[in-house]
Design a protein around this ligand. Structure first.
Ligand code: PRX
Length: 670
C-alpha cells in the first residue's frame, strides 16, 4: 500500500542534512517530497480538491457573513441569530441575537435518529477497564450531573473547576456545566495544589469537581489530596467539592464541603432542560502560560467556539458516522476540550478516551487500543511520535493498524523525520497527515491541511483554514518575502477566537492586539515558502513548548525564587531531541548558601511541587551572577546559547561566572 501512494507523490530524494527543519530541535532530515491526497481518500472527502478549498477560503474571507452564516445553520439554535459578526477590535461578537446550548448541540440533537444508540464515548482506563456510553446514555448522565450542580446552587455564569483524571465523568462534568450555563475551567491533572489555588482564586469558582485519584503509569495521582492542599487556609471561594470515586484509596472528606459524586446522584432525576444561552455567553476559561506573570485565563464563548469546533472536526478530520476517532490529548488542555469533547460530539461522532500513559504496561498500549477498537482517525503530538520512534518499530508490528485512515498532529512543530515515520509506520503510507497549528487562544485549528484537498509536505502545517487570514510580517507589520522568517499574525476575527483574559481586559489588549494594530499577534515565528505553505518556527516570546506543553519562563522563575535559598533565577529553553524543548534554570543563590548537586535536585523538586511535573527543570545551573544589560534586563539570548552548549560545556551544577562571558557578548545588547 505504501508503494502505491508514494508512486502518486512526486518523490525527490530525501536529503539528509543537519539543517534545522520544521522548527523542532535537531532534525536530521529535510524531506522534499510532496504527498498528494490519495485518490480514494479524496473521493469521499468533504473537500476534495485544491480548487474547492481555494474557492471556499476566498469566500470565507471576502464574505464572512455569508460563509459563516451558512455554516452556523448546521448548529441547533433555540433562537436564530440576527447578525453574523460585530467587530470592534479587539472585541468580537459572533452570531448576535442567537441563542443556543452546547450540551443540547452535542447530545440532544443526536437522539432523534440512529445516533441515539451509537457510541458517543468509548473509554479505556489505564488498568484496563472499558466503558461505552451511547449518546442516549451520555445525555442521561449529563442531565443527572447538571441537576447535582443545580442542587449545589450553581447558576448560569458561575465558575466550576474540574480537576479530573481522563474518565468519562470529566466530559460529563463539562457538558453538565454547559447545560445550565455555568462556566467550566478544567485544570490538567498534572498540575499541583499551588496551581489549583491560583486558578481557584483567579476564577472565583465556588465548586470543584474532582476524583479521589487517577491512574498514570501504574501509579495513583492523588487528585483529591492536591485539592485539599489547594484549599487550605481561609481565603478560598470554594464551598463545595464533588468527589468521584475512581481509584478507591482513602481520602479526606471535609464535612460540610465535600460530597461524593455517586451519593449526589441518588438525590436527582434525569431530566434537565438545556438553558438557552446567548451566543456570546462565556463557555469556559482555560488557563495557559504567558510570557509574564501567572497563567492567564483564556475565555471562550458559546456560538462561535462551537461552530469552529464542529466545522474543523467536519472538514479537517473529515469525521463521519462510521469513524472511531481518538484524540490522545488530556481534557485539561484545549485540544482535549475542542477535539475530544466538543467538536466530535457536536458532529455526532464516536470519540475514544484513554486514561493513562502510552507506555503502560508496555510500549505498545496505543497500538493495542487502535487495533482493539479499530480506530480510524488518530490525533496525537509530535513528542509522542518521537517517543514511539525511539521505542522502536517492533511494538507496532505486533498490531494491525489497518483501520486507520487519517492521522493528525498538534502542539509543536513536527520534524520531517518524525512525520515520515508517522506516515510510513503508523499510517502504512496510505493515511494523510494533518499537521494542525493552533493555540488555546484560537479555540480550534487555524493552519492545517484539509486531507482530501491539500498536498502535504513534512514539517509544515500548510495553509489557513476557512476564515483565517494569516500574515507573516516584520516588526513594522510589513509582509516578509518568501522563506523569510517573520511574526505570525491573524488579520481578521474568527468565530472561535478568545474573547478575553478572565478579569484582565488590559492584558488581553496588550498581549494580543498591541504589537500590530487591529491584528492578533500569536507569539509564534513562521515563514511562508514559495507555494504559500506556512512553516511554524516556534514561540518567539518567553514561552517554552516542552513536550507540547506550554510553559512560561516567568512562571518557573517565580517558582524558583520562592525557594528560601534562591536570590535570582532565569529560565530558558534548549533544544531537546524528544521534547522539542527542555527547561534550563540559571540560579544565583543567597549570600552564604552553598551550591551543590543536592541543592540542584532540591530546586527541581521544588518547581515540580509548585507548578506540577510538566514544569520539572531538566537542568539547574548555578551562576555567580546573571548576565544583564546596562538597563538590568537579563540577556536571555546569551543564556540560551549557554544552555544549548554553544558557549560553555562541562559540569552543569558548578558555579558559572557567566559575567565574564556576558561582558564579552554584551556589546550592542541593551
Ligand atoms: O507555538 C505553537 C505551538 O503551540 C503553541 C500553542 O500552545 P497551546 O496554547 O498550549 O495549544 C497547543 C494545542 C493547540 C503555539 O503558539 N503549536 C501548536 N500546534 C503547532 C505548534 N507549533 C507548530 N506546529 C503545530 N502544528
Amino acid at each position: 500500500m505504501s508503494k502505491k501512494t508514494a508512486a502518486k507523490s512526486a518523490p525527490k530524494k530525501a536529503a539528509k542534512s543537519a539543517a534545522k527543519a520544521g522548527g523542532s530541535s535537531k532534525s536530521l532530515l529535510v524531506e522534499n517530497r510532496v504527498f498528494k491526497p490519495a485518490a480514494e481518500f479524496a473521493k469521499k472527502a468533504r473537500i476534495s480538491s485544491m480548487a474547492q478549498y481555494k474557492a471556499m477560503h476566498a469566500e470565507s474571507l471576502k464574505h464572512p457573513d455569508k460563509f459563516f452564516g451558512r455554516e452556523a445553520k448546521e448548529l441547533l439554535w433555540s433562537k436564530p441569530f440576527k447578525k453574523v459578526l460585530d467587530w470592534k477590535c479587539p472585541n468580537a461578537k459572533w452570531f448576535t441575537g442567537g441563542k443556543l446550548n452546547v450540551s443540547e448541540n452535542c447530545l440532544d440533537r443526536h437522539l432523534h435518529d440512529s445516533r441515539k444508540t451509537k457510541a458517543a464515548l468509548i473509554w479505556e482506563g489505564e488498568p484496563g477497564e472499558k466503558r461505552v456510553l451511547t449518546y442516549q446514555q451520555l445525555h442521561r448522565e449529563v442531565c443527572r450531573f447538571a441537576n447535582v450542580l443545580k442542587r449545589h446552587k450553581v447558576k448560569k455564569g458561575d465558575r466550576v473547576i474540574i480537576y479530573m483524571p481522563m474518565i468519562p465523568e470529566a466530559a460529563i462534568a463539562m457538558l453538565a456545566c454547559t447545560r445550565i450555563g455555568a462556566v467550566h475551567s478544567v485544570i490538567f491533572g498534572g498540575f499541583s495544589a499551588e496551581s489549583i489555588k491560583d486558578r481557584v482564586l483567579d476564577s472565583g469558582a465556588s465548586i470543584i469537581i474532582t476524583a479521589d485519584g487517577g491512574y498514570r503509569r501504574g501509579a495513583v495521582v492523588p487528585l483529591k489530596k492536591n485539592v485539599d492542599d489547594a484549599l487550605k487556609g481561609k481565603d478560598t471561594p470554594v464551598k463545595t467539592v464533588v468527589v468521584f470515586r475512581r481509584t478507591g484509596q482513602d481520602v479526606h472528606i471535609e464535612e460540610g464541603r465535600d460530597v461524593w459524586w455517586h451519593r449526589e446522584l441518588e438525590y436527582v432525576d434525569a431530566h434537565c432542560a438545556a438553558v438557552a444561552m446567548d451566543s456570546e455567553s462565556p463557555l469556559f476559561i482555560l488557563y495557559t502560560s504567558g510570557s509574564t506573570g501567572k497563567p492567564k485565563g483564556i475565555l471562550h464563548s458559546t456560538g462561535g467556539y462551537l461552530l469552529h469546533a464542529q466545522m474543523t472536526s467536519k472538514y479537517v478530520f473529515d469525521l463521519r458516522d462510521d469513524d472511531v476517532y481518538w484524540c490522545t490529548a488530556d481534557v485539561g488542555w484545549v485540544t482535549g476540550h475542542t477535539y475530544m469533547v466538543y467538536g466530535p460530539l457536536a458532529l455526532g461522532a464516536t470519540s475514544l478516551m484513554y486514561e493513562g500513559a502510552p507506555n503502560w504496561p508496555e510500549n505498545d498500549r496505543f497500538w493495542r487500543i487502535i487495533e482493539e477498537y479499530a480506530v480510524t482517525v488518530f490525533y496525537t503530538a509530535p513528542t509522542a511520535i518521537r517517543a514511539f520512534m525511539k521505542w522502536g518499530d517492533n511494538w507496532l508490528k505486533k498490531h494491525d493498524l489497518s483501520s486507520l485512515r487519517l492521522l493528525g498532529t498538534v502542539g509543536e512543530p513536527i520534524n520531517p523525520e518524525a512525520w515520515m515515520w508517522y506516515h510510513n509506520k503508523v499510517g502504512g503510507g496510505r493515511c494523510p497527515i494533518v499537521d494542525t497549528w493552533w493555540q488555546t487562544e484560537t479555540g480550534g485549528h487555524m493552519i492545517t491541511p484539509l486531507p482530501g484537498a491539500v498536498p502535504t509536505k513534512p514539517g509544515t502545517a500548510t495553509l489557513p483554514f476557512f476564515g483565517v487570514d494569516v500574515g507573516i510580517v516584520d516588526d513594522l507589520g510589513k509582509e516578509v518575502g518568501a522563506n523569510e522568517q517573520g511574526k505570525l499574525v491573524i488579520k481578521k476575527p474568527w468565530p472561535s477566537m478568545l474573547r478575553g483574559i478572565w478579569g484582565d481586559k488590559k492584558r488581553y489588549q496588550e498581549t494580543y492586539w498591541s504589537e500590530f494594530k487591529g491584528w492578533y499577534f500569536a507569539g509564534d515565528g513562521a515563514r511562508r515558502d514559495k507555494d504559500g505553505y506556512i512553516w511554524i518556527i516556534g514561540r518567539i516570546d518567553d514561552v517554552l513548548n516542552v513536550a507540547g506543553h506550554r510553559l512560561g519562563t516567568a512562571e518557573v522563575e517565580s517558582a524558583l525564587v520562592s525557594h528560601p535559598t534562591v536570590a535570582e533565577a532565569a529560565v530558558v529553553g534548549r533544544p531537546d531531541e524528544m521534547k522539542g524543548q527542555g527547561v534550563v534554570c540559571f540560579v544565583t543563590v543567597k549570600e552564604g548558601v552553598k551550591t551543590s548537586h543536592e541543592l540542584a535536585s532540591e530546586l527541581k523538586k521544588h518547581v515540580r511541587n509548585v507548578i506540577g511535573p510538566v514544569a520539572t527543570p531538566d537542568e539547574v545551573r548555578f551562576a555567580a551572577a546573571l548576565p544583564k544589560t546596562r538597563s538590568g534586563k537579563i540577556m536571555r539570548r546569551l543564556l540560551k546559547q549557554i544552555a544549548a552548549g554553544e558557549l560553555i560545556k562541562g559540569d552543569t551544577t558548578t558555579l558559572e561566572d557567566i559575567n565574564v562571558i556576558a561582558q564579552l557578548a554584551a556589546s550592542g545588547e541593551d
